[in-house]
Design a protein around this ligand. Structure first.
Ligand SMILES: [Fe+2]
Length: 476
């Protein structure tokens, strides 16, 4: 415990005193950025006729008491029922879901099942079973702790994953991290790198690939450009078609009109998912929804305000430079006003972390045109480094801009371990030839409870509870 504290303090000092950004000199010895062959065991079809495959779960309500389970049966619809309960091998409850499918050019998907489990207890392990007879399959998941300002919880953050050997390394490292839920920042399968019927086939392989994690813990989805799949040359012009059929989100629970932007509360975090590739300028549905959702954030209940989006707002890589500028000009003022703690993005296939900066005073006609240090601003973190077939974005702009604290062109994933209402530990873990190496770490101080006013309130409450404790001890 003491060692942990010393580590935390030393990292905190390192980060808070830092002003010059660092560009890592590490050169990734890259595995080829090619997709794993279709016959590899990581894409294996589960045994048994019509056995459920591509099983994945996500949070299905606003508060974390419901789970949406989704899976695909290849041969016939079969049952959409989930049998579940709190003891292994004994299903106390059943829930009935629905089934659908879709076509994409000459590909017809399997039967996509979705089943909603609600009224779950917080902080429990549930066992569930899907499928028929000998082909039935068993999984489990853990519900989060009750929404509470001091609930501790560990999230993982993964982006731009794809289905290469690098993707596999990222997924395996993530699964050893002890994190309980993935905040996924867009670009899932990279199936759109294929043509015609192969697009659907590569969505299926990706579904089987991530099942090893996504069937056991919720992945909180956001969409990237590789989900758009606007492919007029084969007559496919409905944006996000495959993604929306396969990866449902609980958007209605936060009164959104689109599965592409929504919010959830989980443990002590309020998580807002935005869509880079949906209209977001003033008066659009997403803009209006975000304005209202930010009013719903109650930092007394959920101190941690986290935003996910695909395209980073602050990015000093040559790849995708300035692509986030339009969203920055629309939303950055709100992020600062509402003291967002951290914004995670993907898209750029490298890692980068910013200092707390803003550029809200520049309004084209006046103001400082450069980002400036701003204690009310979020930390911006780009983790588009899951390891897809497009490879790394290895060229950073030179010199490193003042807002960029650390950057490295490697594959990896991040974790955010919320300790209480005031502190969270953050790590970025590089995939280093099969090993997971913690590279970038810092203590994230909560933007709301870290303010002088709330710190005083916290100290007062702490003092009050100490006095009460002493009084009750004295009575014993
Ligand atoms: Fe992308």
């Amino acid at each position: 415990m003491l060692l942990h504290l010393i580590f935390s303090l030393s990292v905190f000092i390192l980060i808070d005193n830092g002003n010059a950004g660092l560009t890592s000199s590490f050169i990734r010895n890259e595995w080829p950025s090619v997709d794993i062959p279709l016959d590899n065991e990581v894409f294996a079809v589960p045994k048994g006729y019509n056995a459920p495959q591509q099983v994945h779960i996500t949070q299905a309500d606003y508060e974390g008491k419901a789970v949406l389970i989704s899976w695909i049966t290849p041969d016939k619809p079969g049952p959409s029922q989930v049998r579940y309960g709190l003891s292994e091998g004994k299903s106390e409850f059943t829930a009935e879901g629905s089934v659908t499918n879709y076509t994409f050019y000459n590909y017809t998907s399997g039967y996509i099942h979705q089943c909603f489990l609600d009224g779950l207890q917080y902080d429990r392990k549930y066992y569930y079973e899907i499928g028929d007879g000998d082909s039935a399959r068993k999984f489990w998941f853990e519900t989060p702790p009750k929404v509470d300002p001091d609930a501790s919880y560990k999230f993982g953050i993964i982006g731009d994953l794809g289905q290469t050997y690098n993707s596999l390394s990222t997924l395996q490292h993530y699964m050893n991290s002890g994190a309980k839920s993935v905040l996924f920042v867009g670009d899932l399968s990279y199936a759109d790198r294929y043509k015609y019927g192969d697009v659907g086939i590569r969505w299926d392989t990706w579904g089987r690939f991530v099942e090893q994690s996504a069937a056991y813990q919720p992945w909180i989805w956001s969409a990237g450009n590789h989900e758009i799949e606007y492919m007029p040359y084969m007559g496919e012009v409905t944006p996000f078609k495959s993604y929306l059929y396969r990866y449902p989100t609980p958007y209605q629970a936060s009164k959104s009109i689109s599965p592409l932007w929504y919010a959830i509360r989980r443990a002590s975090a309020h998580i807002i998912v935005l869509s880079t590739y949906s209209p977001f300028v003033k008066y659009t549905p997403q803009w209006k929804w975000l304005r209202e959702e930010l009013k719903n954030v109650d930092r007394e209940k959920t101190p941690w305000l986290i935003v996910l989006m695909h395209v980073p707002i602050y990015n000093s890589n040559v790849a995708h430079f300035m692509e986030g500028e339009s969203m920055r000009s629309v939303f950055e003022g709100w992020f600062v006003e509402h003291k967002v703690d951290v914004i995670f993005a993907g898209h750029v296939h490298a890692y980068e972390r910013s200092y707390r900066v803003s550029n809200i005073h520049y309004n084209v006609s006046s103001g400082d045109p450069y980002p400036i240090p701003d204690k009310a601003a979020p930390v911006y973190i780009t983790v588009g480094d899951g390891g897809n077939q497009e490879g790394l974005a290895s060229k950073f702009r030179d010199p490193q801009p003042d807002y960029s604290a650390f950057r490295e062109a490697s594959y990896g994933h991040s974790t955010l371990e919320i300790k209480n209402k005031t502190h969270a530990l953050y790590h970025w873990n590089r995939n280093d030839d099969g090993k997971k190496v913690k590279i970038d770490s810092f203590v994230l101080h909560n933007q709301y409870w870290g303010s002088n006013h709330h710190r005083r309130k916290l100290n007062k409450n702490h003092l009050h509870s100490v006095i009460l404790n002493r009084a009750s001890t004295a009575q014993l």
